[in-house]
Design a protein around this ligand. Structure first.
Ligand code: NAD
Length: 371
């Protein structure tokens, strides 16, 4: 990975705590638009290079969402399955102590892999301020992801793309990969807005029903039988979902699901990337050449980080949904209007970088970089 660019990195901080054995890294890529915002992941093999890449990606995501945040990310090197709750808390508190001086002016934390609202409560408590992080429990001012901000944003971006083509969601067929936090809310809102979800998948497989699946029935199948495949319909392999004859495809679970091996079989005309990195850029380009509209991950799944911003503003749930809708609507539209030859990802990156550059220019920081 190229280490520096004209936007960062502002700080790459590797920290170690003798008492608890905590090893962590906090990377602040760019703060021209506001404090670096990015979650803390707790995984045994986290590397500084990985966190740097993620911090930079957060700069683009936050700028594209038009939030007053920069980009940052943190990692703690530990296997949470091997830790007692007390040990895990000890690591979180030790990490908080080491990054304290950057909070909240340069860094605001949030949950990521293996960290939840519980760890965020500990983090905020250790710093002594609710401004230290987002994703806190609702009883201390948090706006939990369980409210469905990301799925709502994914559904909103999809609706905007359909309308941009002069069409309506009414009767459009949809296939959604994954029926977790993001997948359930994506289905709920797309169904409410007139689309017909005909296929859903989870780790057990795909369920396909040409006549349409119903949100309430699928929630029931999931809670009672543990899988969407228990509902009425044709049961297929999980990977078959991407090849179904649908108007809209929503990869919403795992990375790299559409590859050179199956891209030729994709029939959808709009792909909304709810998951992170579901399609590599070279594969996306093959689809773009076939006039498929791709709503890239860092644009389409920004509902969660927009909700985090609302949490820092102490706004309530109603206001949060309004803000997610307004930002997803505006930014998806700008991206679609500016995309040349369907390259929405390139257009979104240019927009994000322009916004950061403008903020750096205002601060007199642009043009003075060493790289
Ligand atoms: P989740 O854990 O709530 O749900 C994941 C779902 O994927 C589950 O239904 C699971 O059964 C399913 N799944 C697992 N393996 C599968 C397989 N092989 N085929 C089909 N489905 C499979 O996770 P989530 O929060 O919904 O996140 C999903 C994706 O969205 C992730 O890539 C995540 O990084 C991304 N994302 C989530 C948020 C958020 O706010 N939750 C925000 C931005 C991006």
């Amino acid at each position: 990975m190229k280490k520096e660019d004209e936007f960062g990195f502002e700080r790459v901080l590797e920290v170690y705590d003798q008492k608890t054995g905590m090893q962590g890294v906090c990377v602040i890529h760019n703060t021209a638009r506001g404090p670096g915002k990015g979650g803390i992941r707790m995984v045994p093999d986290v590397t500084t290079a990985e966190v740097m890449g993620l911090a930079r990606a957060m700069s683009w995501k936050n700028a594209m969402a038009d939030l007053p945040f920069g980009g940052a990310k943190s990692g703690i090197k530990a296997d949470p399955r091997k830790l007692t709750p007390e040990q895990k808390e000890g690591l979180m508190r030790a990490f908080a102590g080491k990054v304290r001086e950057f909070i909240p002016g340069l860094y605001i934390a949030g949950p990521d892999m293996n960290t939840t609202e519980k760890e965020m409560a500990q983090f905020a408590d250790e710093i002594g301020s609710p401004m230290a992080c987002t994703g806190k429990p609702s009883n201390i001012g948090g706006l939990p992801h369980e409210l469905g901000s990301t799925g709502f944003g994914v559904a909103t971006a999809t609706k905007v793309a359909v309308e941009h083509q002069g069409k309506s969601l009414d009767g459009m067929t949809v296939a959604i990969e994954g029926f977790g936090n993001v997948g359930t809310f994506t289905m709920k809102f797309l169904e409410e807005w007139g689309a017909k979800v005909v296929a859903l998948s989870d780790s057990k497989g795909t369920i396909y029903n040409k006549d349409g699946l119903k949100y309430e029935t699928m929630m029931k199948a999931k809670s009672e039988k543990g899988t969407v495949t228990a509902a009425h319909g044709e049961k297929l392999d999980a990977a078959k979902l991407f090849e179904l004859p649908v108007d809209i495809l929503v990869p919403g679970a795992r990375p790299d699901v559409i590859t050179h091996a199956n891209v030729g079989n994709v029939k959808a005309k709009i792909i909304t990337e709810a998951a992170n990195l579901p399609i590599k850029y070279d594969v996306e380009q093959i689809l773009m050449k076939k006039n498929v509209v791709i709503l890239p991950d860092f644009v389409a799944n920004a509902g969660g980080v927009i909700s985090s911003y609302c949490e820092t503003m102490s706004w309530n749930e109603k206001k949060m949904f309004e803000v997610v809708e307004e930002k997803l609507r505006t930014n998806t539209k700008i991206m679609l209007e500016r995309a040349k030859e369907n390259d929405t990802r390139a257009a979104a990156l240019v927009i994000a970088k322009e916004r950061i550059k403008e903020a750096m220019e205002k601060k007199g920081e642009w043009g003075k970089q060493y790289v």
